[in-house]
Design a protein around this ligand. Structure first.
Ligand code: F6P
Length: 344
């Protein structure tokens, strides 16, 4: 059994844990190395790969990022992409390719498997936690902890100055990090992409809180949150060379509005890629390990077109096609519940 693996899309803490578990399982069962393609699909198309033996993955479980490198981009950017992928698998003598990626990479992997008959399986990966077909993604817990730690730290400085702190976290299409870090960090308001926010209402909440003598408000803003149309302007959201929309700076606009509407000083924290960097939490190391082992089993068992997934306490598998053009959004009931009972 010869397997290949690549890591695509944004890097994510825990990715090395998936690689390590998969390489070890293949090595233990078959005594064969795993082909690791470098820099995602670029390595497949350009024939850049390394052989991964058990000793090559020693010590990588706590390491952030991905030892294989990652890129955005897709083989479908190339006119002969699927043919080149097939040639790469043949020339490496591979029985299957494991794609560790987010919504974009899994959509590509699903197209290669279902529309072009290639033996490709997937492992869902994103700190955004927004992949359809799985209850959870590794990396989310790490990002959530980082965001919660940041909010905790903002409380004390905000209290000292009686300021509004607006913190922007990742989450382009779904507000998982914002909602969960907002609850864990006891935020005043949580703005998510799933529900257009009314800035007047947020300002009212903040003003009411300060009038009650509660100093310091922390407002958590998911980068992809959107105001009710016509209520305030949002910064440009340009598209990069891979067609990937770049979200940055909504928090600054929200802070300026809140300050103007309440009279309180506001400061901005843009957490950015700190959320994706560094060592994974214990939870993400365990989850990544379980998914890596399961991915080796799925690839061996002829699971082309499927991805490993979390269902409750179990690891199973789902057709990768469930991810195509879909986003797993937050529990709006939870947002409503905490907004009514706990925030403000
Ligand atoms: O991969 C998910 C994500 O972390 C998003 O939340 C964020 O918008 C994006 O990646 C940032 O991507 P890049 O690393 O290309 O700036």
């Amino acid at each position: 059994m010869r397997l290949g693996i690549l890591t695509g899309g944004g890097d994510c803490p825990g990715t090395n844990g998936v690689i390590r578990a998969l390489v070890r399982r293949v090595s233990e069962r078959h005594g064969t190395p795993v082909t690791g393609f470098l820099d995602a699909w670029d390595g497949v198309i350009e024939g850049r790969a390394i052989a991964l033996e058990a000793e090559d993955v020693r010590g990588i479980l706590p390491r952030g990022g991905t030892i294989l490198g990652t890129r955005r981009g897709s083989p479908f950017d190339h006119p002969d992409g699927p043919v080149l992928v097939r040639q790469a698998l043949d020339s490496q003598g591979l029985d299957a390719l494991v794609v560790v990626g987010g919504n974009g990479s899994l959509t590509v992997a699903s197209m290669l498997a279902d529309d072009h008959g290639l033996p490709v399986v997937g492992v869902p990966k994103t700190i955004d936690n927004d992949i359809e077909g799985t209850d959870e993604c590794f990396g989310f817990d790490t990002a959530l902890q980082i965001a919660t730690d940041a909010i905790d730290r903002l409380h004390t400085t905000a209290e000292s100055h009686d300021r509004i702190m607006v913190i922007e976290v990742m989450g382009r299409d779904a507000g998982w990090i914002a909602l969960h870090a907002g609850i864990a960090g006891s935020a005043t308001a949580i703005l998510v992409p799933e529900v257009a926010f009314d800035i007047a209402r947020v300002a009212e909440l903040v003003a009411r809180r300060h009038a009650r003598g509660r100093y310091a408000s922390v407002v958590v803003v998911a980068e992809g949150a959107t105001p009710v149309e016509g209520t305030m302007s949002v910064p440009d959201r340009p598209v990069d060379r891979h067609g990937h929309r770049v979200y940055r700076g909504l928090a600054a606009a929200v802070a300026a509005e809140l300050s103007a509407r309440t009279g309180y000083e506001a400061r901005v924290t843009l957490l950015g890629h700190v959320q994706r960097g560094g060592t994974p939490t214990a939870h993400d190391r365990v989850l990544a390990t379980r998914l890596g082992l399961a991915a080796a089993d799925l690839a061996e068992g002829g699971g082309a077109g499927r991805m490993v997934s979390v269902r409750g306490a179990d690891i199973g598998s789902e057709p990768m096609s469930v991810t195509r053009g879909r986003t797993r959004t937050i529990d709006l009931g939870l947002l409503d519940g905490v907004t009514a009972a706990l925030l403000g």
